[in-house]
Design a protein around this ligand. Structure first.
Ligand SMILES: [Zn+2]
Length: 327
């Protein structure tokens, strides 16, 4: 009785132990997979989101909301014209590595809809802050040179798309970012929310300071190089007398230049506002010929680094640059 047991037992033991080893290994492998799945699921919530924004001012708002709890990338260089831009392959590749992408919308970054359609990026949430004419983003604001004079006047009262310059829209953008970021990373929602409350309070306080500081400038008539201060001016009670051209790339017509020069020569309190990184030859000529006061502003925040207080610093600098008109 013992022999068969003795004879078969080692084989069976070997057979069972082999199978047991196999089962153990299988179980171990399955457990590894299960652990990997669990940890990748929790990593999705725990990893810092990577945010890409189209322009620097949006990075300043995003930074105020996220603090150090996000990686922020800016698509466009500060010196670029954000209305018309040709992205380099290295810049397009930023979009492939991003969790959330924020931009203003087709009337502002008119080159983006095509890029966004063509990108193969996954995990990619496009947030369009304002809606333009999606079918033809060029139709509204970027008219051809030949009829630029007519369009200057036709479009003088068109909506200002440079939303980040106005405090109420900066707060609105921050709200939208907070909502999207909190959906992506619920674990950080509380932090983002308290940062939003702090940012809102800071913007409102700075707005009051700006309102007071800009008071003397309400007595001036302003000519801007392109249509970027309309909303800002309405908010602070400033008067935009005229605009040289609707967008930086447009050339003003001869008749319009003549009108601009006439109003510059006949108004004693007038200031010509151009942009630090989009030099306007027409603005320079106008200043030269009329002897009017002038200043340069930095609407894309090229002089400000991306920090939690960056937006407020940007807001102060914008007001300081405008107050150069008084000197
Ligand atoms: Zn612009």
């Amino acid at each position: 009785m013992q022999r068969p047991t003795f004879n078969t037992s080692p084989k069976r033991v070997t057979f069972i132990s082999r199978h047991l080893n196999y089962l153990q290994r299988l179980l171990a492998v399955l457990l590894l997979y299960a652990n990997a799945l669990i940890s990748s699921a929790s990593q999705a919530n725990q990893a810092e989101p990577t945010i890409t924004v189209s322009i620097k001012p949006l990075a300043l708002i995003a930074k105020a909301i996220t603090g150090d709890d996000a990686n922020i990338q800016v698509l466009l260089p500060d010196t670029a014209n954000p209305h018309h831009y040709q992205l380099k392959p290295s810049q397009i590749s930023l979009l492939n590595d991003t969790d959330l992408f924020f931009w203003i919308g087709p009337p502002m970054e008119s080159f983006l809809p095509k890029v966004l359609k063509a990108t193969s990026a996954k995990h990619f949430a496009v947030l369009t802050l304002i809606n333009g004419d999606d079918n033809d983003p060029d139709s509204e604001l970027h008219t051809t040179e030949s009829n630029s004079h007519i369009s200057d006047h036709e479009h003088l009262h068109k909506e200002d798309i440079h939303l980040w310059l106005q405090p109420e829209f900066a707060i609105e953008i921050a709200h939208i970012m907070t909502t999207k970021l909190s959906q992506w990373s619920p674990a950080r929602a509380e932090t983002y929310d308290s940062n939003l409350r702090r940012f809102t309070a800071e913007v409102i306080a700075q707005d009051q300071i700006n309102m007071h500081a800009l008071e003397p400038l309400t007595q001036y008539k302003l000519i801007t190089a392109h249509n970027l201060l309309d909303g800002f001016a309405k908010h602070y009670g400033l008067q935009i007398q005229d605009i040289i051209s609707m967008t930086p790339e447009q050339k003003p017509g001869v008749k319009h230049l003549h009108e601009l020069e006439q109003s510059a020569l006949t108004s004693d309190r007038l200031c010509i506002i151009s942009e630090r990184n989009q030099p306007s030859r027409y603005a320079d000529i106008l200043v030269q010929n009329s002897g009017s006061k002038s200043t340069r502003i930095d609407p894309l925040a090229s002089q400000v680094s991306v920090s939690t207080g960056g937006y407020i610093q940007f807001s102060k600098m914008l007001v300081d640059d405008l107050l150069h008109c008084l000197r």
